[in-house]
Design a binder for this molecule. Structure first.
Ligand code: ADP
Ligand code: MG
Length: 288
């Protein structure tokens, strides 16, 4: 073995030891193959360094996102690219995609996604939450039913303040399924405490199949509902999805008439012009 070759091996061993010490398993894994590419003249040293570091960074980034998704309790993953906007032609695609830029989080705004069941409210809420996690924002996802069960439990345990503080630390709180289940007595009050604590401090995405006028019924208390809406409609954006149920799209003929009349099964016709400003169906309501 020539002196230069043995020198190179020593250097390679030293690099490997450093990578082990630095806990960079991915870089270590691609090192030998990358060195071979240098020897074959495929890439130069600088490009090799780039390949090795990028490999490690990708691994770390994936690991970070995976952990953050678990912490956020985002167990079902949905993406914006997986959302078929053509199925909801009345929904303003550009407006939804603009939300993915996450400036609403910086402004601590509230985004309401309203519409009948199956129209993709949870899908879009989760997809935006996933974008936020990827961008390094802290997120917590919960259904309203889980919140109004866990908050009274925390109150009984004497840990309510801590629980609310935890839920306030997240830069984005998603509350899914407002209106599906009746809120247990006292639950609305505690939810109000949470909303009030986050008011103008942290962003929220809320999804509901019920109009705001029905919140008194949803929360079993018109006073609480009014106080909630007071906070939740200030600095808010309302996106109304008035389309067909994606869940029922293949079974339109099997669905009873009274269900069909509540949520159109057949998607409405596409708007005439692409990129046309939203009509009544996807109305903007930005206050503040
Ligand atoms: P909602 O929360 O409005 O009741 P979901 O978001 O849970 O509805 O949607 C129901 C199912 O249909 C989910 O699996 C979701 O991913 C899917 N879905 C809904 N709308 C679309 C769409 N436009 N494109 C792709 N998948 C959709
Ligand atoms: Mg849903």
């Amino acid at each position: 073995m020539s002196r230069t070759a043995s020198c190179a091996i020593t250097t390679l061993d030293s690099i490997k030891r450093s990578l082990v010490g630095l806990r960079m398993p991915c870089a270590l894994e691609v090192l030998d193959a990358t060195v071979r590419r240098i020897e074959q003249g495929e890439i130069d040293g600088l490009a090799a360094l780039d390949v090795i570091l990028a490999e490690e960074l990708t691994l770390r980034e994936n690991r970070r996102v995976k952990t953050a998704l678990l912490v956020a309790r985002l167990t079902t993953i949905k993406t914006l690219s997986g959302f078929d906007f053509a199925f909801q032609p009345l929904l303003d695609r550009e407006r939804v995609l603009a939300l993915a830029e996450l400036t609403f989080i910086d402004r601590a705004e509230v985004v309401h996604l309203l519409g009948p069941p199956g129209t993709g409210k949870s899908h879009l809420a989760i997809a935006l939450a996933v974008e936020a996690v990827k961008a390094g924002r802290s997120v917590v996802f919960s259904t309203l039913a889980d919140l109004v069960t866990s908050l009274p439990k925390a109150e009984r345990d004497g840990s309510l303040r801590e629980r609310i503080r935890y839920l306030c630390r997240a830069s984005l709180l998603v509350v899914d399924e407002i209106g599906y289940l009746p809120v247990v007595p006292g639950g609305g009050n505690l939810f109000f405490q949470l909303v009030n604590a986050r008011y103008e401090r942290g962003a929220m995405i809320l999804t509901s199949n019920r109009g705001f006028a029905e919140w008194g019924e949803v929360f079993g208390d018109p006073v609480v509902a009014t106080a909630l809406l007071d906070r939740l409609l200030h600095h808010a954006m309302v996106i109304q999805i008035e389309g067909a149920s994606y869940r029922l799209r293949q079974h339109a003929d099997l669905v009873p008439e009274h269900v069909r009349s509540k949520a159109l099964i057949v998607p409405p016709p596409a708007p005439k012009r692409r990129g046309h400003p939203p009509g009544k169906a996807a109305s903007d309501h930005t206050t503040g």
